[in-house]
Design a binder for this molecule. Structure first.
Ligand code: CMP
Length: 147
């Protein structure tokens, strides 16, 4: 049955003009883009969104990167959306992706372990949390908390 996942084109993907290509891949792969909003994230939002990484040494750099420009946040719908979106984006490290998953989105537009162009929820539980973090549900669907 239908499943929703949370996807984001990160600042390097947006500034690198990959948005159109990524959205075409999403549609061609059978996902519905049921919500999409361009937002500039602030530090507090990034720190809360990535709270599970807050003790990691890369966290300050992650916050700097994720606030460096606008991102496109999306809700994608499809059967098995969470796992299938993770397959489509490829490994976290874009340098690895270029070698092991050359047709993945991160191979196409990512740079390295940090600047990896796109995000995808890592589990159905994460998807529920991440969608609720950015979008509110209304009777007619979702609306963004950020526009
Ligand atoms: P994402 O899948 O969005 O989840 C957390 C993000 O933190 C990840 O993509 C990368 O952008 C970044 N990240 C994860 N691990 C590292 C690392 N070891 N060094 C730098 N950045 C990282």
């Amino acid at each position: 049955e239908m499943e929703s996942t949370f996807a984001m084109i990160k600042p390097d993907g947006v500034s690198g003009n990959y948005t159109r290509d990524i959205k075409k891949i999403i549609s061609d792969s059978g996902f519905g883009i049921i919500e999409e909003v361009m937002v500039q994230l602030d530090e507090d939002t990034v720190k809360n969104f990535y709270a599970e990484h807050s003790s990691r040494s890369f966290f300050p750099r992650l916050v700097q990167y994720m606030t460096s420009g606008p991102v496109l946040i999306m809700v994608l719908d499809k059967a098995n959306a969470v796992a299938d979106w993770r397959v489509l984006i490829g490994p976290t490290d874009a340098e690895t992706a270029k070698v092991t998953h050359p047709h993945s989105i991160r191979a196409m537009c990512g740079l390295n372990l940090q600047r990896n162009c796109v995000h995808g929820s890592d589990s159905p539980q994460s998807a529920v949390r991440e969608i609720a973090f950015f979008f509110k549900k209304s009777s007619s669907g979702f609306y963004s908390k950020h526009d």
